[in-house]
Design a protein around this ligand. Structure first.
Ligand SMILES: *[C@@H]1O[C@H](CO)[C@@H](O)[C@H](O)[C@H]1NC(C)=O
Length: 239
């Protein structure tokens, strides 16, 4: 009887706010569909409307990876939203989303994608935004060193603020890509550009592609937990 009461109490205490909903609880890799154009996959904790800071978008999806556990594959942790269906050669897509990285996340010299344009034709990313050695940086697999130096900003210029992401891509041999990350000043006011990166018209952009955003990293010993919020997804084919 006592244990029944204790269990009942724990169930009540463990019940989230009425509006919050858990999509995945971190015990295994789960997948789901949000809309015709947005899907998710998560080995961590993915919740709706449980964001711990004020973000100007709703619904707000919160993603949390533990310092340990939450493994998607032997050595990776993953929570990502992705566009659907995959983009094909000759098509043009505009991907918009909003993202907030909670400050204090550790980084290393191994991959930690905050976003990536994934191509199944090449079996990996084309262009990604990574948290890498204390900086938020563009990575590009089709143009070595981004054709010079990959754009990057200190992590403190990126985390702790709402960031607005747009990637416009034409796929195929006559392709092009433009990725812009913007944010209002910390004190408010109009948005300024934090990072921009382009591949000019005539670039060969590999197809069978989806945009992905979230937290996807190689598991590294000594890493911190990681939390991010995302929402306002608009993934659409325009041509
Ligand atoms: C986690 O989610 C899975 C799949 O929905 C479910 O089978 C399992 O019971 C859950 N575990 C906990 C601890 O809530």
């Amino acid at each position: 009887m006592l244990s029944f009461a204790l269990v009942a109490l724990l169930v009540v205490l463990g019940t989230p706010l009425a509006s919050a909903q858990t999509l995945s609880n971190g015990t295994s890799l789960q997948t789901g569909i949000i809309s015709a154009s947005v899907r998710w996959q998560s080995s961590g904790i993915l919740q709706v409307d449980n964001c711990k800071v004020n973000v100007p978008f709703s619904p707000c999806y919160s993603m949390s990876l533990g310092a340990t556990g939450n493994l998607a594959e032997p050595d990776r942790q993953r929570i990502e939203f992705l566009s659907w269906p995959p983009a094909m050669a000759g098509e043009t897509w505009v991907y918009d989303w909003t993202y907030y990285l909670v400050p204090g996340v550790s980084s290393s010299d191994h991959f930690f994608h905050l976003s990536q344009l994934l191509s199944r034709d090449i079996g990996g990313y084309v262009v990604a935004l990574d948290l890498l050695q204390g900086r938020v940086t563009i990575r590009d697999t089709i143009r070595p060193n981004c054709g010079g130096t990959c754009p990057s900003i200190p992590q403190a210029s990126f985390w702790g603020r709402t960031t607005y992401h747009r990637m416009t891509v034409t796929f195929g041999a006559q392709g092009s890509l433009r990725y812009t990350v913007r944010a209002p000043a910390f004190t408010g006011g109009p948005q300024t550009t934090l990072i921009t990166y382009s591949l000019p018209t005539g670039s060969n952009i590999p197809a069978d592609s989806t945009i992905k955003t979230g937290l996807y990293r190689l598991f590294v010993n000594g890493q911190s937990a990681a939390t991010a919020f995302a929402g306002a997804f608009s993934f659409r084919r325009t041509a």
